[in-house]
Design a protein around this ligand. Structure first.
Ligand SMILES: [Zn+2]
Length: 95
C-alpha cells in the first residue's frame, strides 16, 4: 500500500526579520527641532557642521536620511535593535 503524501506546503514564509517596534518620540523639544531644522536649511552652515549637529542631537532617519524625530525599538530575542525615523517615513509606515 502506497501512501501518497501530497503535501501542498507552499506557505512562503516571509521572513519576519523584525518584530513590531515600539515607537517613541526623540528626547528633544520641538523648539530645538525647529532650530535644528533652520540650521539645516541654512546655506551659511557647512555640510560638515550640519552633519556633526545632526549626529550629536537626533541622528539621521535610517530610511531617507533626513532629521530623525522618532526612535523605533525592536525587541529581538537577545538584543534590542534601535532605529531612527523621521515623521514622514513613520507616516508612510515602516516596512
Ligand atoms: Zn525618513
Amino acid at each position: 500500500m502506497h501512501k501518497f503524501n501530497y503535501d501542498i506546503n507552499e506557505k512562503k514564509l516571509t521572513p519576519e526579520a523584525k518584530p513590531k517596534p515600539t515607537i517613541q518620540p526623540m528626547d528633544i523639544t520641538s523648539e530645538s527641532l525647529q532650530r535644528l531644522d533652520k540650521i539645516m536649511s541654512s546655506s551659511k552652515t557647512s555640510p560638515d557642521k550640519k552633519d556633526k549637529l545632526i549626529k550629536a542631537i537626533t541622528g539621521y532617519c535610517c530610511t531617507c536620511g533626513s532629521i530623525a524625530t522618532k526612535i523605533a525599538t525592536y525587541k529581538m530575542n537577545d538584543a534590542t535593535l534601535i532605529e531612527k525615523y523621521c515623521d514622514a517615513c513613520l507616516a508612510r509606515g515602516i516596512s
